[in-house]
Write a protein that binds this ligand. Structure first.
Ligand SMILES: Nc1ncnc2c1ncn2[C@@H]1O[C@H](COP(=O)(O)OP(=O)(O)OP(=O)(O)O)[C@@H](O)[C@H]1O
Ligand SMILES: [Mg+2]
Length: 297
């Protein structure tokens, strides 16, 4: 199902806070390795480990932070004496980190670099697939626009040229895909529709390649079951009634989710893919494998 998605080189995974972006990024990563792709999942949480570590065979993970991205950039793209001067200039560092969009641009530049078959940073192996575990929707979509903005501000010179190259790659729909993760609740669905509209209405329109509806509750009860359960309550002891109430609450939740799923289905049709809610206290690699198998099915 997500096979066409995995033919991209760079996938941005975004969505509202807590909907499962990290989980889905890792599941997509495992789906990539199943297809023999050397894959890395990169987040921009900032405090994470910026080394590229192997989580499972062929699946790597890293955190990108603007400070180390800046250092790599200076090393790779600025002539040595100037780079040393800038690196040691506190004022330059403070200015760069405060400039609007520059931090994001540095992160996006690093994601772009990871996705190049010839990587400029020494020692890094190339990846076939880079999955960006991006920040929550609004911000996640905005970071895609920063290279264009920086190119416009810088106008000419190497920074403008580099930013323009990145901006073009992000607009290349063969290379870059955007995935929205969502849960079947009203607010996340609204936000996904707003994200779609915001991406479409920009000067350089972008599209959501895939929408993942995550953590969908199972539909265990038919409407007839619900009526039967409701009718069965009178005269039962409190434990039995409590059990029925739990079942009815779950049925109500699944019904509400079905409504939200229908909204997404109408908007995204075959670009919508649903992942089940996993009833596990904690999702580890085996659970993420299960989600990866669902994605690949
Ligand atoms: N399909 C699922 N079934 C059950 N639990 C899930 C599922 N997907 C994610 N979770 C759980 O939901 C929680 C949030 O998931 P995750 O961390 O992936 O979300 P996120 O969107 O990355 O959050 P944040 O916005 O904080 O980065 C985690 O505890 C995760 O294990
Ligand atoms: Mg996360």
């Amino acid at each position: 199902m997500v096979q066409p998605l995995l033919s991209h080189r760079l996938i941005f995974v975004t969505g509202k806070g807590g909907v499962g972006k990290t989980t889905v990024s890792l599941a997509l990563g495992l789906a990539g390795t199943r297809r023999g792709l050397r894959t890395i999942v990169a987040d921009m949480n900032g405090e994470g480990d910026t080394t590229e570590r192997e989580l499972a065979p062929g699946l790597f993970q890293t955190s990108v932070d603007p400070q180390s991205a800046m250092e790599e950039y200076l090393e790779a793209r600025v002539p040595a004496p100037a780079a040393a001067l800038l690196r040691n200039s506190r004022l330059f560092q403070a200015f760069a980190m405060a400039a609007p969009g520059l931090r994001e641009m540095l992160c996006v530049g690093k994601f772009w670099d990871l996705a190049q078959s010839e990587r400029r940073t020494s020692g890094g192996g190339p990846y076939d697939l880079v999955i960006v575990d991006a920040p929550a929707s609004g911000h996640g979509a905005a970071i895609l626009r920063t290279p264009r903005t920086i190119a416009e501000i810088a106008r000419v010179g190497p920074v403008a040229h580099h930013a323009r190259t990145i901006a073009e790659t992000l607009l290349d729909r063969e290379f870059t895909a955007i995935v929205a993760v969502c849960t079947a609740e009203e607010m996340p669905v609204n936000e996904t529709l707003e994200l779609r509209d915001a991406l479409a209405s920009a000067v350089d329109p972008l599209e959501l390649e895939q929408v993942i509806l995550n953590a969908r509750y199972p539909d265990r009860f038919t409407p007839a079951d619900v009526r039967r359960l409701q009718a069965a309550r009178p005269g039962l002891d409190t434990t039995a009634v409590a059990t029925i109430e739990v079942a009815l609450a779950e049925a109500a939740r699944a019904t509400a989710q079905a409504e939200q799923e229908a909204r997404l289905r109408e908007a995204f049709r075959d670009r919508l893919h649903t992942l089940p809610f996993l009833f596990e206290p904690r999702l580890g690699l085996p659970e993420i494998e299960r989600l990866a198998a669902e994605l690949a099915a």
